[in-house]
Design a protein around this ligand. Structure first.
Ligand code: G3I
Length: 371
């Protein structure tokens, strides 16, 4: 694992580029596109804007690097700090931050900030760790195993990241799909946050949650579960500082304006911060022309961000893809469009031109109250 070349990814690059080139840009969501980047707009309000980055893309695409520097003040490794990447083998001497270090160097060279993503998640756990956890008979051994991983990574990165996504997506459809919950019950969350705090007291500790934004009964049930979980954690004195609202939005649904607003109100009442951590729009079921779809997707983003940014405890936002060129949706066949057209989840098109969604983010920052 000494090489920085991990392949097999982003195979849509060429196709997407070709499609993007043929698409006329809509001029729909209101903010006048000018030269001020998104992070510069966010800064005026005491906030930040950034995006996810990955080593293969940073290495291969100078236009991507330039786009990041134009619009972002903070970045987050898309996969490079996940367990499977930092410890591919059981021996602790196998801890390997080569990929993440590449991103850290980019951050340092360009005066950016860095988020850490993610310490404990049901996904991204290497097979060897799943096996070891599965074989563990005592809760004490399982707890020690989890705590050691969190301590190893947080200690090694202390002072490098401003936030840690300590626990990712703890509220889920099938609770049993998490080996952590299975072996340790909810206490795994307490342990992860406590060990993270002990090993990097300066980092903002985030509980990062998906699927709590849209007007949909399943997401409604997750909103309720999330609030109940937060209440229990705070009552137990677990050092959670902030909630990450992932915001993988669905373009065919509406933002649950009333319910999402009251979710954020409750989070504010609990004294926690909020960060929009993984903004993008899935357009797999959207109909209409490209221009119509882009406009509707931008509206969903605007609706979500206007609510989020109206709360002064919301610190900023990051996109999970800055450009349509690279996205996890391209790697996930069940997320593809039935008509064979390429997903357009990003703020910039595949030629790095601003889409209506970029304007939506810009105007949401422009409308946000100063922190
Ligand atoms: O790098 C290997 C490559 O060597 C191998 O040939 C190939 C074969 O499938 O896999 C490659 O790794 C993939 C990696 O993405 C890089 O492309 C993994 O299989 C794949 O599981 C991984 O998917 C990531 C996913 O999280 C799971 O970790 C996506 O890129 C990433 O965008 C996605 O991000 C998550 C956030 O972390 C949490 N919130 C939801 C979000 C979207 O699912």
């Amino acid at each position: 694992m000494d090489t920085l070349d991990y392949s097999g990814r982003r195979c849509f690059l060429k196709t997407v580029g070709a499609v993007g080139a043929a698409v006329a840009l809509p001029n729909s969501v209101d903010a006048a596109p000018d030269e001020i980047g998104l992070h510069a707009r966010a800064l005026k309000k005491g906030m930040f804007f950034g995006c996810s980055v990955s080593v293969p893309v940073l290495r291969a695409d100078p236009r991507f690097r330039a786009a990041v520097l134009k619009d972002c003040g903070i970045v987050v490794p898309e996969n490079e700090l996940k367990w499977s990447r930092v410890q591919p083998a059981p021996d602790r001497s196998a801890l390997n931050f080569t990929f993440a270090d590449y991103i850290y160097k980019f951050v340092q060279q360009n005066g950016l900030q860095l988020r850490g993503h993610t310490l404990v998640w049901s996904s991204g756990v290497p097979a060897w760790a799943q096996r070891q956890m599965g074989d563990m008979k005592s809760a004490t051994a399982a707890a020690g195993f989890l705590q050691m991983h969190v301590a190893d990574v947080v200690r090694a990165w202390r002072g490098r990241v401003v936030h840690w996504d300590v626990v990712n997506e703890p509220v889920a459809e099938d609770a049993k799909s998490s080996i952590w919950l299975d072996k340790l019950g909810e206490a795994y969350i307490d342990m992860a946050f406590q060990v993270a705090r002990e090993n990097d007291p300066g980092a903002l500790l985030v509980l990062n949650q998906n699927l709590v934004e849209m007007d949909d009964s399943y997401q409604g049930s997750l909103r309720k579960k999330l609030l109940l979980l937060l209440e229990r954690l705070l009552k137990r004195g677990v050092p959670v500082d902030a909630v990450g609202i992932e915001a993988h939005l669905s373009g065919d649904l509406k933002v649950a304006v009333k319910e999402y607003t009251s979710l954020l109100r409750e989070i504010e009442r609990m004294g926690l911060k909020v960060i929009v951590t993984e903004l993008d729009v899935w357009d797999g079921r959207m109909s209409g022309s490209v221009a119509e779809r882009d406009k509707a997707a931008a509206q969903v983003v605007k609706d979500l961000l206007d609510i989020s940014f109206s709360f002064k405890n919301c610190l900023g936002a990051l996109a999970w893809t800055l450009t349509d060129l690279y996205s996890w949706y391209h790697e996930t066949p069940k997320k593809w469009r039935q008509d064979g057209e390429i997903n357009r989840p990003g703020l910039l098109d595949s030629n790095y031109s601003r889409k209506a969604m970029w304007n939506a983010v810009a105007s949401a920052f422009d409308a946000a109250p100063v922190r």
